[in-house]
Design a protein around this ligand. Structure first.
Ligand SMILES: Nc1ncnc2c1ncn2[C@@H]1O[C@H](COP(=O)(O)OP(=O)(O)OP(=O)(O)O)[C@@H](O)[C@H]1O
Length: 714
């Protein structure tokens, strides 16, 4: 637990029970409008208080008040400014989410507790609103008809901006119907049925009990969250980051939380969730961005990716870093006391090998290389010039400009990108890969390394080379504490006056995270696990995935790499069982397709029906484009939100013209991981399965919230 209190929460021992407050006497005869008005009264009260806090914070700023004791436990000022800051941040976001106040619990004893995005206290520091992450908010998510936890009625309040629009009640104690009105029909179903916008929303108002348990698991050790498609693994992982920041802010803000997902498109999709929860300090990186200065988005061909991601690359890279750099001179010539002495290519090769016996990382071995050259020269000089003295020889030759210039060229500082580039030369790669890769694979991998940009699998190789070469750590990347699209960074009084640890700017090489969250973990290659493992040696881990959706061909190799990356210790396992994304119709279709093709498939239960069946069409090659154009138009007509076309990469050129509306996107099967659209048009599914395996085709089939159309060439 943190030494500091949580932000304006209810965890001070003296007032831990003070989370309830007075509200108008309930009347079971109230109409929905009357109940909305009652909640509006409360919401207004909270915002009024936030406005006061904001005024105070601004006043303090203006009078130049320096708050020096901010880290003293119980500093109320700190909490209030936090409220101000977070409330402002939330207000800055467009209202895709439920408002600041979104929940209310009525207990059997008549007391009432309101739950919101953050904690707010009134002017005498009594709790007005409980932060959703506080223990006192847990019954809002955990109470069920069987285990009520003294909750009589749970209410979800939906508002836009400051205005309450809708109420949805869940009566847990039937006897309470006599005193409490029950209004609305199901906040969860309403949330699931809402149109998708291309940006993931937070789910604070409707987190389900099994999800809540995973969110609140202890931060230390490894938390493993599994579940089939659409069970909320991603959204749970993100709420977990917010939870950890809340319950131990000093630890997780100081050392950082890393969230890793498969692609840049995916990171953009999930990018709003944490800011909408008032948290912006987590570092979000896709697998293609974990090497500073590189932003890879390109996929390799599956067979090339399977090689590049495997531990088979380790001996190959080790040999590669020992090769003579292409620009190295082939011969060293030195004139000493009138005689010419030479080291030829073979002799230089032997010297190089000797250096590596002493120091395997070339960038740390330059001094050793100079020494080894002088020794080799000395062995030649000694018989010819018997009167020469070794110390004098070393001083004399070792300080000559021509010798130092030779050393610089023969043993240059190596950059990982440059060394990986050597692999583009078939001869060099072939020599490094001898005994490990067949000829045709050497050709394919070398060809892929000749591309002008790096692929996503290349990034893990670059990171491995960084270690193998002994690249000195230096900050070269951009500041990865992100500011979010369209949101100005707000300079707050907290930022200015507070003596807390500064939020660190962490580049992609930062290695001391307190917690690492890995999404779509089933797809990580062994080399990618190694890259991640380096960044969280002392971290707690949250590993989220579904084996059936895997595109990695050798799961056992990957599991071993994962065990090495994630430190041993306590393991907390959670399994999510309900599919909240797909309609029953879509999911049953996907499951029927996948069951015979995938072993040990983990099938969740889809909770929502739409009565819209999946449509399948087979068309001749020349009719494909018009058919697709028709399907896109139809989908745009049928749904309010987004439409996704998921097609093999080889068809993207011919299909690009179909994307003529903001709501439509065209993606490859691998980029579709983790994403969702209201309507999906899956093109040539069998080709997807053939190229990437049935797991990826199953991913494609489970992306639609409402309508799925399959179009295949005849
Ligand atoms: N409790 C909930 N309340 C509202 N929406 C939810 C809830 N749980 C999940 N969802 C929604 O269901 C959809 C699927 O969630 P998410 O993407 O996190 O699932 P996933 O398990 O990561 O899926 P996949 O493995 O298929 O990528 C999202 O739109 C998410 O917001």
């Amino acid at each position: 637990m943190s030494q500091e209190p949580g932000p304006a929460d209810d965890r001070d021992p003296q007032d831990v029970d003070d989370t309830t407050h007075a509200v108008p006497e309930p009347d079971p005869a109230n109409t929905p409008e009357q109940e909305i008005a009652i909640e509006q009264g409360f919401v207004d009260r909270v915002y009024d208080r936030v406005d006061v806090l904001r005024g105070e914070a601004e006043g303090n700023r203006d009078s130049g008040y320096a708050h020096l004791a901010a880290t003293v436990p119980g500093a109320q000022y700190e909490r209030d400014v936090f409220v101000y800051r977070a409330a402002r941040r939330i207000a800055d976001l467009d209202s895709q989410h439920e408002g600041l106040v979104f929940g209310r619990l009525d207990f059997d004893n008549g007391s009432v507790r309101h739950v919101g995005r953050l904690g707010v206290r009134d002017d005498v520091y009594r709790t007005l609103l409980v932060d959703w992450r506080a223990p006192a908010a847990a019954p809002f998510y955990r109470a069920t008809a069987v285990d009520r936890q003294e909750v009589a009625r749970r209410r979800v309040i939906r508002s836009f901006d400051r205005s309450v629009e809708e109420i949805s009640d869940d009566l847990l104690n039937e006897d309470a119907a006599e005193r409490l009105p029950v209004i609305g029909d199901g906040a969860l179903m309403a949330a699931l049925g809402r149109k998708r916008t291309g940006r993931m929303r937070d789910i604070v108002a409707t987190i389900q009990a099994e999800q809540d348990a995973a969110i609140r698991a202890p931060g230390r050790g490894a938390t493993i969250i599994t579940g089939g498609p659409g069970t909320g693994k991603t959204v749970v992982a993100l709420h977990r980051a917010a939870y950890l920041l809340y319950q131990d802010r000093s630890r997780y803000e100081a050392a950082g939380i890393l969230v890793v997902g498969p692609s840049a498109v995916f990171m953009k999709y999930i990018g709003r969730v944490l800011p909408s929860l008032g948290e912006e300090t987590a570092a979000l990186f896709s697998l293609g961005e974990l090497y500073a200065g590189v932003e890879a988005t390109r996929q390799d061909r599956p067979e090339v990716a399977a090689v590049k991601g495997g531990t088979i690359m380790l001996p190959i890279l080790r040999r590669l870093v020992r090769q003579t750099p292409p620009s190295a001179p082939a011969e060293l010539r030195i004139v000493y006391r009138g005689d010419v002495f030479k080291l030829d290519t073979a002799e230089l090769g032997a010297v190089r090998a000797r250096v590596f016996e002493k120091e395997p990382r070339p960038n740390l071995a330059k001094t050793e290389a100079g020494r080894a050259l002088l020794i080799a020269l000395w062995r030649k000089i000694k018989p010819v010039v018997p009167e020469a003295e070794p110390a004098k020889f070393s001083r004399d030759v070792g300080s000559r400009g021509e010798f130092l210039t030779f050393l610089d060229h023969w043993w240059p500082d190596l950059d990982p990108a440059e060394v990986l580039g050597w692999g583009g030369d078939e001869r060099r790669l072939g020599s490094a890969a001898e005994g490990h890769l067949k000829r045709h694979m050497v050709e394919s991998v070398a060809a892929s390394l000749q591309e002008s940009d790096f692929s996503i699998p290349d990034v893990a190789l670059l990171d491995e080379l960084r270690i193998l070469l002994g690249v000195k750590p230096q900050s070269r990347g951009r500041d990865r504490i992100r500011t979010w699209d369209g949101i100005q960074e707000v300079s707050t009084t907290q930022d200015r006056y507070y003596d807390r640890p500064e939020r660190q700017a962490r580049d992609a090489f930062y290695e001391d995270y307190a917690h690492v969250i890995v999404d779509e973990a089933q797809d990580l290659s062994p080399m990618q696990w190694r890259m991640l493992g380096r960044r969280g040696r002392a971290a707690g881990w949250t590993v989220v995935g579904d084996e059936a959706q895997s595109s990695w061909p050798r799961p056992r190799e990957s599991a071993d790499a994962r065990r090495s990356a994630v430190p041993r210790g306590r393991v907390h396992e959670f399994h999510l069982t309900k599919n909240y994304r797909n309609s029953k119709e879509v999911f049953e279709y996907a499951a029927a397709w996948a069951k015979p093709r995938l072993r040990d498939i983990d099938l969740p239960e889809a909770v929502r029906e739409t009565e819209v069946p999946v449509r399948e069409k087979k068309v001749d090659a020349d009719a494909l484009l018009p058919e697709l154009a028709g399907a896109v138009a139809e989908a745009l007509e049928a749904v309010e939100g987004t439409v996704g076309i998921i097609a093999p990469y080889s068809r993207h050129g011919e299909l690009a013209g179909l994307v003529h509306d903001d709501r439509v996107t065209l993606v490859g099967p691998l980029e579709s991981k983790g994403l969702e659209w209201d309507a999906v048009i899956a093109v040539d599914l069998e080709a997807v399965a053939e190229a990437h395996g049935p797991g990826v085709a199953y991913v494609v089939l489970t992306r639609a919230t409402q309508r799925l159309t399959r179009i295949d060439p005849a």
